[in-house]
Design a protein around this ligand. Structure first.
Ligand code: ADP
Ligand code: K
Ligand code: ZN
Length: 434
């Protein structure tokens, strides 16, 4: 079943014609309305009229997360503020969040793309969709929500947390589709077991998992434990939110990127050169239809490859393979993006803490845990030692408040964290170690 048969099965030639037209229109819009882009175009010695074919894309400047930060909060918006109907933002310490704005047409398109996603996953209007993605400034909750309504399904806006209650409501309401991070899916399963509920006995049949990397082994595990078809969904707030791409349940072999709205490329993250089809590199996306904050050649930092071979499901849109890593140091903790530099700036602002720290990420059971070890400031050592716990709690609380993740902060003695000769190794991600 395909939600928008016409758009999702376009022959490549027609698809590319649409992409080119939309790319040209995009260039005109940002050139006229966004000073940042006008400057970038002028620097590169080009005007919108130079975009004559899709291969001219490579002439356009990249956009990076830093550009959103530098233009905080609304500098990259391409429409008057009164045309923006919703804002979303990623976590960040003061002034460093990335803010995105949507026009009415943007939220409509988003709902349609999420509705397409649901149908690709095997859901339809008869489904009960249990939405465990967080509601709020993050895009996950509301993105899924409006897509489910557009589909005509029944959405249960449970959001994150309160796992025991989630499980009993899933049972009572008869959820048929679960949307969550894959790790939270496992947590839900565990809680169900503890409550004496076998998820395979529930009407649940589809799981839509994303927002963090996972593996095919984990897919098999989730499918077996819950008695469902589990598919991978991808998105990022800068480009839209969830629903940029999704696997079809028919093939479960790579996520179809909705190419009538997003133009993907794979580049070498070091040189910035485009790589030939099929090669692995950094995913770059140009938004073709977005009005609020259209982005040209946005560097996602996600490492993947594109598969242009025809898919069993009949969709013609290209498929991206599982994300295998990042080309920056961003950590994803229970679906939430965290940069070590954000934790560092919180540590630096805390009296009694030194700038020597380590971040240790582990997976305990099914949940990511983060321990932050911070050396006590030597000059305050004897003073600080009296209120060690206070300092630990303060850092912990600030991280939770600003970044939205729970951590365990542990103060350690001055000079106990190994000094490195070159670039300090701050992050120890032990999640994939046995
Ligand atoms: P979301 O709430 O959709 O995760 P964010 O903007 O908070 O949006 O995070 C986007 C980032 O999350 C992506 O750039 C990618 O690194 C990661 N991500 C999202 N979906 C997936 C997925 N299915 N597999 C791996 N990583 C993912
Ligand atoms: K994420
Ligand atoms: Zn398919």
């Amino acid at each position: 079943m395909i939600f928008n048969v016409e758009q999702e099965t376009l022959p490549r030639e027609e698809l590319e014609a649409i992409q080119l037209r939309r790319l040209q229109n995009l260039c005109e819009r940002v050139y006229a309305n966004v000073p940042h882009y006008r400057e970038q175009f002028i620097k590169a010695g080009i005007t919108p009229a130079d975009i004559k074919s899709l291969s001219d894309l490579a002439k356009l400047p990249f956009t990076e997360k830093q550009d959103l930060r530098d233009n905080y909060p609304f500098g990259l918006f391409a429409v008057p503020k009164e045309n923006i109907v919703r804002l979303h933002a990623s976590s960040g310490t003061t002034g460093k969040a990335t803010v995105v704005g949507y026009t009415q047409r943007d939220v409509n398109n988003w709902a349609e793309l999420m509705a397409r996603s649901f149908m690709a996953a095997g859901a339809d209007r008869s489904d009960f969709i249990h939405n465990s993605y967080g509601y709020g400034l993050f895009t996950g909750g509301l993105g899924v929500h409006y897509g489910a309504e557009r589909l005509g399904a029944t959405v249960i806006p449970i959001s994150g947390g309160g796992t025991k209650r989630q499980v009993s409501l899933m049972k009572d309401f008869g959820a048929t589709v679960i949307c969550s991070t894959p790790s939270y899916g496992l947590v839900l399963h565990e809680a169900a077991q503890q409550a004496g509920i076998d998820m395979r006995d529930l009407p649940l049949r589809v799981g839509i998992f994303g927002a963090e990397p996972w593996s095919d082994e984990m897919r098999n595990d989730l499918q077996k434990k819950m008695g469902i078809d589990a598919v991978n969904i991808y998105g990022l707030s800068e480009i839209m939110g969830p629903g940029v791409s999704i696997e079809c349940a028919v093939a479960k072999d790579g996520m179809h990127i909705f190419e009538d709205h997003f133009l993907p490329e794979i580049i070498d993250p070091v040189t910035g050169e485009q790589l030939p089809a099929g090669e692995t590199g950094e995913l770059v996306i140009t938004t073709l239809t977005k009005e609020g904050i259209p982005l040209i050649r946005y560097r996602t930092r996600d490492i993947t490859s594109l598969n242009y071979t025809p898919c069993k499901c009949g969709r013609t849109h290209v498929r991206m393979n599982r994300i295998t890593g990042r080309s920056d140091d961003m950590l994803i903790i229970r679906g939430v993006n965290v940069f070590p530099s954000q934790i560092e700036s919180i540590i630096l602002e805390t009296e009694g803490a030194s700038p020597h720290y380590q971040i240790i990420v582990k997976r305990q059971g099914n949940l990511d845990t983060v321990e932050v070890q911070v050396e006590i400031d030597e000059t305050l050592f004897s003073d600080a030692i009296k209120n060690l716990q206070q300092i630990e709690m303060r850092i912990q609380k600030t991280i939770k408040e600003f970044l939205g993740v729970s951590t365990k902060v542990r103060l350690v003695e001055p000079r106990s964290i190994e000094r490195s000769q070159g670039k300090a190794k701050r992050v120890f991600d032990l999640r994939n170690e046995a």
